[in-house]
Design a protein around this ligand. Structure first.
Ligand SMILES: O=C(CO)[C@H](O)[C@H](O)COP(=O)(O)O
Ligand SMILES: [Co+2]
Length: 220
């Protein structure tokens, strides 16, 4: 088990399924409910078939939360967007292997800005696609749904990817993160397989309990 997973997973609520009409209230509420990170999904309508929000919304939310702002960029060619996302108050930026031909360069761009950098893989991309950058990233993100929408079903083979990443990590320090369809009924297995951080949108914002109860249920 990874060092972090032996304690408890980081829970990062994704605001994709929050009430967009009251976003400031929502981000305050999940932080007060015990979420250390906030997961912000930026979508460009090109890399994924949906548009969410961009740097302006991140900047407006920043004064409303002390949580770690974890940006998940589902965009094609993210390099041009990164300066505005950094200026908006991001703490960590994850880009997709499939979204750029200059993966190594953009990880450097994020680090040069003083932020932590992550790399994500889609369900159709093997773990091996991360191999060349696992020694320089701070986190890897296994997409356990096809990116673009909240509320989808967890793709079971993602569990094997998490286990493979933990196996390959060795002495490296990157966090293993999982995003998509994470629910109380699969969270424990993901942590057991090696996940350090769980993104959860619908399980937190549309779960049966209060936000605190929904987050606690994911920590199991
Ligand atoms: O990146 C994402 C979608 O592309 C979201 O982070 C993810 O879908 C979270 O929502 P849910 O927990 O409801 O699946
Ligand atoms: Co996401």
């Amino acid at each position: 088990m990874s060092p972090l997973a032996s304690h408890r997973p980081i829970i990062a609520p994704s605001i994709l399924t929050a009430d967009y009409a009251h976003l400031a209230r929502e981000v305050r509420a999940v932080h007060d409910a015990g979420a250390e990170w906030l997961h912000l999904d930026v979508m460009d309508g090109v890399f994924v078939p949906n548009i969410s929000f961009g740097a302006d919304v991140v900047r407006k939310l920043r004064p409303h939360s002390a949580a770690v702002f974890d940006l998940h960029l589902m965009v094609l060619d993210p390099a041009a967007m990164i300066p505005s996302i950094v200026a908006a108050g991001a703490d960590r930026i994850t880009i997709h292997v499939e979204g750029t031909i200059h993966l190594h360069r953009i990880i450097g761009q994020i680090h040069d800005a003083g932020l932590k950098a992550g790399v994500a893989i889609n369900p159709g991309t093997p773990v091996a696609a991360l191999e060349a950058v696992t020694d320089i990233v701070d986190q890897v993100l296994v997409m356990s749904v096809n990116p673009g929408f909240g509320g989808q079903s967890f793709i079971a083979s993602s569990l094997d990817k998490v286990a493979a990443l933990r196996e390959r990590r060795g002495a490296r320090q990157y966090l293993i993160c999982v995003d998509g369809g994470v629910k109380p009924d699969n969270a424990a297995a993901l942590v057991e397989a090696g996940a350090d951080m769980l993104v959860a949108g619908s399980a937190v914002f549309q779960g049966a309990g209060t936000y605190a109860e929904n987050i606690a249920a994911l920590r199991g």
